[in-house]
Design a protein around this ligand. Structure first.
Ligand code: HEC
Ligand code: HEC
Ligand code: HEC
Ligand code: HEC
Ligand code: HEC
Ligand code: HEC
Ligand code: HEC
Length: 258
């Protein structure tokens, strides 16, 4: 199976990913450490039109989505965007739609890795969401069928933080003393795909905070929040008990102490 882009704007991106995908898949066959992209044995491509017959709702707004331009070369059945993630669908259609005849990436991220290989590495880092074990799906944070695939971007009404706080209610607020860093989204401090640092933090230490708060330094001094902090970080990170424990916002402390 080869994949081709249908619009030149994305030709480079897509060409690049697909080439890597194919390259790695062929290496895999040799050392058998990774599984091949998932598909139902014996099934062939039927095209989006066939899917529309029964999944009208999903197909009708698919045209504007990030993945609508995906196509499978040589399939000769028109648009094949659905099958780029769900695998060839002929047996599913023939059976009138059964679960065992179609790939559902909610159960496994393998079809996403076919093109987004780097994400396999990110989700294998020591601290990450439980996508590799199938307890969580890429679809929990990304919408594959409608609009921009990343929630909180494009025309989506939901902000990125809202997508996270659907599950992480403790970080939702509202807080009396807000931390303005939250305006820039959770990803200014966290790496939701995975990190080598605890709590999926962007850095293991106070550098998480200093990326925004370091207002200058002179020998032996470190300015943050308008005062010298040079003596403080040696005792731990900025968010140790007694300092700025309430990094997401506080209802009692202006300085986010607790
Ligand atoms: C003849 C009608 C029909 C057609 C055509 C059809 N489906 Fe389905 N599909 C169904 C039905 C019915 C279910 C629900 C199965 C169930 O819940 O047991 C389903 C379920 C699914 C599921 C969810 C499976 C799961 O694990 O829950 C996916 C994904 C899917 N279809 C994708 C597709 C794609 C992609 C196409 C086009 C290649 C397609 N379908 C064409 C009837 C159809
Ligand atoms: C970018 C990959 C991708 C593409 C392209 C894609 N899907 Fe899906 N689909 C998914 C994922 C991921 C899920 C599981 C969502 C979740 O985890 O909640 C899913 C779930 C489904 C389901 C079952 C759940 C539901 O929403 O009813 C159906 C049916 C379905 N897709 C049909 C389609 C059809 C039809 C198309 C083409 C118009 C299509 N998909 C294109 C990734 C994709
Ligand atoms: C056949 C290749 C292919 C597969 C399979 C695929 N993607 Fe993509 N994906 C792409 C390409 C190409 C782009 C860039 C599209 C663009 O920039 O317009 C992209 C972009 C994205 C983006 C960022 C763009 C945005 O609008 O936010 C996300 C998030 C994403 N994909 C998630 C997924 C998930 C989740 C799956 C599995 C359910 C998946 N992709 C499966 C090819 C693929
Ligand atoms: C816990 C939520 C979450 C999960 C689960 C998740 N993502 Fe993401 N993803 C995000 C966020 C947030 C962004 C935007 C990152 C940014 O703006 O810095 C993103 C961005 C992306 C992008 C575009 C930018 C980039 O890094 O290339 C792709 C592609 C992507 N995700 C693919 C995936 C795939 C594939 C999976 C499943 C294997 C997945 N994501 C699971 C939250 C998630
Ligand atoms: C579908 C629910 C869900 C969504 C959406 C979600 N998460 Fe999570 N998250 C979890 C679960 C489950 C855990 C692991 C359980 C735990 O340790 O609390 C977790 C763990 C975390 C942790 C580490 C917690 C710890 O104590 O080590 C961070 C940080 C985190 N998520 C941030 C995010 C961010 C940022 C987003 C949005 C981009 C996001 N999450 C979206 C369910 C979700
Ligand atoms: C200003 C940086 C920053 C931002 C922005 C941020 N976090 Fe955090 N987050 C942290 C730090 C630092 C920790 C570690 C706290 C600790 O270990 O006591 C943490 C811990 C967590 C935890 C683990 C639970 C806990 O209290 O230890 C979760 C879950 C979490 N953050 C989710 C989110 C979500 C969801 C968002 C966006 C709505 C977000 N964070 C935005 C810095 C941030
Ligand atoms: C994305 C940028 C950004 C990051 C990262 C960030 N902050 Fe902030 N923080 C702000 C902004 C903006 C304000 C409000 C303006 C100000 O006081 O500088 C603020 C305010 C604060 C305040 C309140 C100061 C006061 O007295 O009103 C504290 C305390 C604070 N941050 C601590 C932290 C800690 C601890 C971290 C690391 C876990 C952190 N910040 C990470 C942007 C950031």
């Amino acid at each position: 199976m080869t994949l081709r882009p249908r619009l030149t704007k994305n030709a480079l991106v897509f060409g690049g990913v697909a080439a890597w995908g194919l390259l790695l898949i062929s290496c895999v066959a040799v050392n058998r450490t990774l599984v091949a992209p998932p598909s139902i044995p014996g099934a062939t491509f039927v095209g989006n039109k066939a899917c529309a017959e029964c999944h009208e709702e999903t197909t009708s707004h698919f045209g504007g989505s990030s993945h609508a331009r995906l196509a499978i070369a040589d399939a000769k059945v028109g648009e094949t965007g659905c099958e780029a993630c769900h695998g060839p669908g002929s047996l599913h259609v023939k059976a009138g739609g059964t679960k065992s005849t179609i790939i559902n990436p909610q159960k496994s991220p393998e079809s996403c890795f076919e093109c987004h290989l780097d994400k396999r590495g990110e989700f294998s880092l020591p601290y990450s969401h439980a996508v590799m074990s199938g307890k969580m799906s890429c679809g929990e944070c990304h919408d594959p069928h409608k609009g921009k695939a990343t929630k909180g971007t494009g025309a989506s009404l939901q902000t990125q933080a809202e997508a996270c706080t659907e599950c992480h209610t403790a970080q939702k607020g509202p807080f009396i003393f807000k931390h303005n860093a939250m305006k820039e989204g959770c990803t200014s401090c966290h790496r939701p795909h995975g990190s080598v640092n605890q709590k999926m933090l962007a850095a293991p230490d106070s550098n998480v905070c200093l990326q925004c708060h370091a207002t200058g330094s002179s020998p032996g001094m470190l300015f943050a929040g308008g005062r010298d902090h040079a003596g403080n970080p040696v005792n731990g990170s900025c968010w140790v008990a007694g300092c700025h424990e309430a990094v997401h916002g506080s209802n009692v402390s202006h300085a986010l102490r607790f």
